[in-house]
Design a protein around this ligand. Structure first.
Ligand code: TYD
Length: 213
């Protein structure tokens, strides 16, 4: 069997503070050097970044069909898996992913209301057996998250969507986390940055004792 690395994904509603926590974790793992791989979705490959641009450039045009949107996200993901994630894991590297397949399960399958079973099948088709070992869910009330985005001056993108959309996203994530307690680690994203980072770090070092040096 090929050597297997560690795959950590971060998920949560827009404005939950994922990026800050990813930076914190990256700092703690800096000793890993190039054995640490960071990715974001959509993106992470040339094709994926092109898909990200397509999604962004259509934000002000005619609305992207929900199914087309799902297929664009999952196309980016499939490329990321084959070009970056699979090779990194087989070389025993540690991956930190800013969003992965759960984002489609929740945003497209729950909040956009596409058929959950179909989204699941398309997700599995895109990723095969490349699944996160641990998923950190940054849980926050969408109203608080929206306020944070407003303070950063980036709220307009999501202001087009009703608040109920983000409540569905939050509830969907919490339900998923309850269904897969072995994989999900849910943190209260309203805590102080340092406290959240410490909780995540303690969980990871407990699980992967010695593998993150
Ligand atoms: P991004 O710029 O990554 O935002 P953030 O840093 O806040 O996560 O944009 C990602 C947006 O795309 C976010 O609103 C979630 C959405 N998304 C989906 O709807 N489905 C997906 O599969 C993915 C990966 C993201």
């Amino acid at each position: 069997m090929s050597k297997r690395g560690i795959f950590i994904s971060f998920e949560g509603v827009d404005g939950c503070g994922k990026s800050t926590q990813i930076k914190e974790l990256r700092r703690r793992l800096r000793g890993m050097g190039d054995r640490l791989v960071l990715t974001r979705e959509p993106g992470g490959t040339v094709l994926g970044e092109d898909i990200r641009k397509i999604l962004q450039s259509h934000a002000d045009g005619p609305e992207i069909d929900d199914r087309a949107e799902l297929l664009l996200f999952t196309a980016s993901r499939a490329q990321l898996v084959s070009e970056v994630l699979q090779p990194a894991l087989s070389e025993g590297k540690c991956i930190i992913a800013d969003r992965f397949l759960d984002s489609s399960t929740i945003y497209q399958g729950v909040a956009r209301g596409l058929d959950g079973e179909t989204v699941g099948k398309i997700n599995r088709f895109a990723v095969g057996d490349c699944l996160p070992d641990v998923t950190i869910l940054m849980d926050i009330d969408p109203a608080d998250a929206r306020q944070r985005l407003g303070e950063r001056g980036v709220a307009d993108r999501i202001e087009k969507l009703p608040e109920s959309f983000f409540r569905d996203v939050r509830d969907g994530y919490l339900q998923l986390a309850r269904a897969e307690p072995g994989r999900f680690f849910t943190v209260d994203a309203t805590d102080k940055i340092g406290a959240i980072s410490e909780r995540i770090w303690n969980m990871l070092t407990e699980r992967y004792n010695g593998l993150l040096d």
